[in-house]
Design a protein around this ligand. Structure first.
Ligand code: M6R
Length: 614
């Protein structure tokens, strides 16, 4: 969701900016632009659509920017105003001397705009961002100091922002700042990079400084100067990023999504390292900073998340309630933040987020933190804003996920919940030791079972081919796999744009059954266990309405072929682990259908990987 890059140093800047933007493409965007410091002026180039269009736009202008060594770039995911060239960033002040890129939302832009218009500012776009360009320029005109101008302007701005600013008078100076939006500085030798995320800089350097909210950095080729909102100097703390550039390659797979689906066995192995050594040993979860006494007495947990992370949270509820007998509420962050919620210092609040930057979840976490709750964050980005709010942090270590559709990060989140629920039940002694031992033994062999599914992925591809042209899809399940049905449907709609819905199968007869006829595929997630027979009856009901029935099952029952037109078989596991095993074929079905339809699998339309606006 919008991405910014900046560079100041000695190398030709355009390639660095374009490459950086390409690495941020996964965030989702619909237009792009760059601004480069040329000999006499700053030049701005913009285009609507994919980065390739911006590359075309740059062609023929090389002599204008070939010797330039400073610039800023942006990919825009439209919020205020349509995706047009005028609305694309960078935005400029009246004279074009000051240029900015912005990620986030300026909440008081209307008020600021009215005031700025009165002072002669001419607005060319419909964006909230343009007010910042005019505002900083006004401040600069008075103080003639770009850092000070950004500092003064940021005092008047409300909302979320990461900003990169340059001025034609400051030939080798970038000023950057942030509030509630990600921004990282890459530290090179006689050069600095700025970016919304690590992939844009990791090729060049693994040394980075993360800005805290309201800090302002001034970057020149020689040095980085950091101040707080009051102008006090701060010593920048550089850290070494634990990232390999190779993680950003498709490694021979056609899409990142397919590669990430195949990484899932190793993702599970990774998260178990150091936490589960042997089935008869206790889980080690030093990341949980609550005392054992507090955990024993805990009687309420609130989990907040969005999208796929919300589905992982719903399964987390089943696990924690089932293993530990603690009441768990799960809520979409976007709903949670706008009602009177009841959490306090006696509630454990768990935030789940792949990116760790999702605006709604971040706000919810901050609200709960202010009420005194202990905040436990489950995220794939231990360098994220949410991680910085955490009292306890469980990094899921799935490695960077480039595809917008979450796959391996979901499985990693589920693993975090299995480990947490097992750990809590050991602390609370809420389960028999023998049961715990056999569950842990099963957990450890999940990677091999996923590998068995992946080895037969062509069978799933064949089923996907049959249904690639359907308009609607229904996924049904019960119990712990109801969230699996929701997640399977979400995957399909995200990347193929087919209307797919997940239902708890018992609800079919309360309404959705009216939709069933011989054009409607119904995929039944039929896993051995407590609700198997119930779901079988619900599947019969759907079949009786002529729906096209597909089973995803670990049952060996041969008679299922009378009821189901297609059967996708997966290895058997205890019911409690079936959400992991069931999810792999559902990811593959979504992937293959989208691929058959020729969709942009890794960057589906309208979606962003990191949703940093509410
Ligand atoms: O980074 P988060 O896990 O907080 O993101 C939440 C959702 O935006 C995300 O899961 C979204 O639904 C994905 N596109 C799912 O594939």
């Amino acid at each position: 969701m919008c991405g910014i890059v900046g560079y100041v140093g000695y190398k030709p800047v355009t390639d660095i900016l374009m490459d950086g933007l390409e690495q941020l493409e996964y965030r989702g965007y619909d237009s792009s632009g760059i601004a480069v410091m040329c000999e006499k002026e700053i030049r701005v180039y913009k285009a609507v659509g994919k980065l390739q269009n911006l590359r075309e736009e740059l062609k023929g202008h090389e002599n204008e920017f070939n010797s330039s060594t400073m610039g800023i770039g942006h990919i825009r995911w439209a919020t205020h105003g349509a995706p047009t060239v005028l609305n694309a960033h960078p935005h400029t002040c009246n004279c074009g001397g000051l240029v900015i890129v912005h990620n986030g939302i300026i909440e008081n832009y209307k008020e600021l705009k009215e005031e700025l218009i009165k002072t002669g500012c001419i607005f060319r776009s419909e964006t909230d961002t343009e007010v910042v360009a005019h505002l900083v320029a006004k401040k600069y005109d008075k103080c003639k100091n770009l850092t000070e101008a950004v500092r003064l302007a940021s005092k008047e701005i409300e909302g979320a922002y990461a900003l990169c600013v340059m001025h034609k008078d400051c030939k080798q100076k970038l000023v950057i700042t942030k509030r509630n939006a990600p921004l990282v500085v890459g530290v090179g030798i006689n050069e600095f990079y700025a970016a919304s995320d690590v992939p844009a800089i990791i090729k060049h350097t693994n040394k980075a400084v993360y800005l805290n909210d309201n800090q302002i950095a001034t970057l020149t080729p020689e040095k980085m100067e950091l101040i707080d909102a009051d102008g006090n100097k701060i010593e920048p703390k550089a850290e070494i990023l634990p990232w390999e550039p190779v993680a950003l390659s498709k490694m021979g797979y056609k899409h990142f999504m397919l590669k990430e689906i195949h990484e899932q066995p190793d993702v599970i192995r990774n998260i178990l390292v150091g936490k589960l050594h042997a089935p008869d040993e206790n889980i080690v979860l030093d990341e949980v900073k609550l005392t054992k006494e507090t955990l024993k007495n805990l009687n309420r947990i609130q989990i907040i998340a969005c999208g796929t992370s919300l589905h992982a949270a719903m399964i987390g509820k089943y696990l924690i309630e089932g293993f530990c007998g603690i009441a768990v509420d799960v809520e979409a962050s976007s709903e949670y933040i706008y009602r009177k919620t009841v959490t306090d210092e006696h509630t454990l609040v768990i935030g789940v987020s792949q990116s760790g930057e999702t605006a709604d979840t971040l706000t919810a976490i901050k609200q709960s933190k202010a009420r005194g709750s202990h905040i436990l964050i489950i995220t794939n980005r231990p360098d994220s804003a949410m991680a910085r709010e955490a009292d306890s942090l469980i990094p899921v270590n799935a490695g960077i996920e480039v595809s917008v559709a979450a796959t391996k990060s979901y499985i990693a989140q589920l693993m975090a919940f299995y480990l947490l629920a097992l750990y809590m039940s050991e602390v609370k002694e809420s389960m028999a030791k023998t049961d715990l031992t056999s569950l842990k033994a099963e957990l450890m062999i999940l990677p091999q079972k996923i590998e068995q599914i992946l080895a037969h992925k062509e069978d799933i591809q064949n089923v996907a081919r049959v249904y690639a042209n359907t308009k609607d899809f229904i996924y049904i399940a019960r119990g712990i796999n109801y969230p699996t049905a929701l997640e399977g449907a979400l995957k399909l709609k995200e990347i193929s744009y087919i209307n797919a819905t997940g239902y708890p199968a018992g609800e079919l007869k309360h309404g959705p059954i009216a939709m069933l006829d011989d054009t409607m595929p119904v995929l039944s997630i039929l896993m051995n266990g407590s609700v198997y027979e119930k779901l079988l009856s619900n599947s019969e009901e759907a079949k009786a309405r002529n729906a096209r029935m597909i089973a995803l099952t670990n049952s060996k029952d041969e008679k299922l072929s009378h009821l189901f037109e297609h059967i996708i078989r997966v290895p058997d596991v205890p019911e409690i682990f079936s959400p992991i095993i069931a999810m792999i074929p559902l990811q593959l079905i979504a992937y293959y259908i989208a691929e058959f339809l020729g969709k942009d699998v890794d960057q589906p339309r309208n979606l962003a990987k990191s949703v940093t606006v509410e």
